[in-house]
Design a protein around this ligand. Structure first.
Ligand code: ZN
Length: 285
């Protein structure tokens, strides 16, 4: 299944992509795609509902609605830094000996086609296409061999970052990772059965039509099962939580001279089988 959400009368409404442009309106299921849904076996219940309702539930055209983030705002967004060797090198850094973790404020959560809002006083806003996954059930001290059982599905995430605030001030990366609209998520969450090999997915990003990032999740230094085991040592992962697996080379700070987001820039980014996002950069008022 491909879970999505779209705005109906201004409110996020759950849906399921049936094909590239057809969304089945799943509001009749009566639940949002949130912690309670994932935590109470929602995907299994949704499959049963879909079998019964697929022929009769109303449809909308994706091209005629505004997409919301593919799942409801999670309890936390945990990101992995420097998880591609070439990306670590472009930042002048050694590949890390263990995963680098940081968090992103959940208020950054937004739809896959929402405008990117360049924050006030930002000169160094940057892009990061990433494969993200969503936790399907409470996860703590998970073994690598069991890790995939804890994943509900996969999606595209653009881990927008303000480099000055991330790297040049004091304290943690969270300051540079948390701007409003810095976490576009979607256009859909593909359940694990739709993604036979998440460790071999091409991911790419274009800025104004120029390809800047083009890599494969086979280059992840720490693969997905290791990330689930590692992060769940330090904290409970709750149903619906998001882990973003890191970005490959080709971000703005890696160029000489660096390139950062300019007002009016158009970003298109995608991952094999997980759809395409598009954002236009605007300035905060
Ligand atoms: Zn990132």
């Amino acid at each position: 299944m491909k879970l999505t959400r779209f705005l109906k009368n201004g409110s996020p409404t759950p849906g399921l992509f049936l094909d590239g442009d057809t969304i089945l309106d799943a509001s009749g299921f009566g639940e949002d795609w949130n912690e309670a849904f994932f935590g109470h076996d929602g995907l299994a219940r949704l499959r049963v509902w879909l079998k019964e309702q697929e022929d009769i539930a109303p449809r909308v055209k994706a091209s005629e609605v505004t997409l919301a983030p593919a799942i409801a705002r999670p309890s936390k967004i945990i990101c992995i830094g420097l998880n591609y060797a070439a990306h670590a090198a472009e930042g002048g850094l050694e590949p890390p000996a263990e995963p680098v973790l940081f968090s992103k404020a959940t208020s950054a959560w937004c739809g896959p086609y929402d405008n990117l809002v360049i924050p006030r006083d930002s000169a160094k806003t940057d892009w990061e296409v990433e494969l993200a996954f969503v936790i399907g059930k409470h996860a703590k001290y998970v073994k690598e061999s069991d890790a995939l059982d804890y994943i509900a599905g996969f999606a595209v995430h653009n881990d927008y970052s303000e480099r000055e605030w991330q790297l040049e001030g004091t304290g943690q990366w969270v300051k540079g990772k948390s701007g409003d609209t810095f976490a576009p998520f979607g256009p859909f969450l593909a359940t694990t059965d739709e993604v036979p090999d998440p460790g071999n997915l091409q991911l790419w990003l274009e800025r104004n039509g120029e390809t800047l990032q083009d890599s494969n999740t086979s280059d992840l230094i720490f693969p997905i099962p290791h990330l689930v085991a590692y992060v769940s040592k330090f904290m409970s992962l709750l149903p619906g939580d998001v882990i973003s697996t890191g970005t490959p080379a080709g971000v703005g700070i890696g160029f000489d001279p660096p390139r950062f987001v300019q007002e009016g820039d158009v970003f298109e980014l995608g991952i094999d089988g997980l759809g395409v996002q598009r954002q236009v950069a605007v300035k905060e008022h």
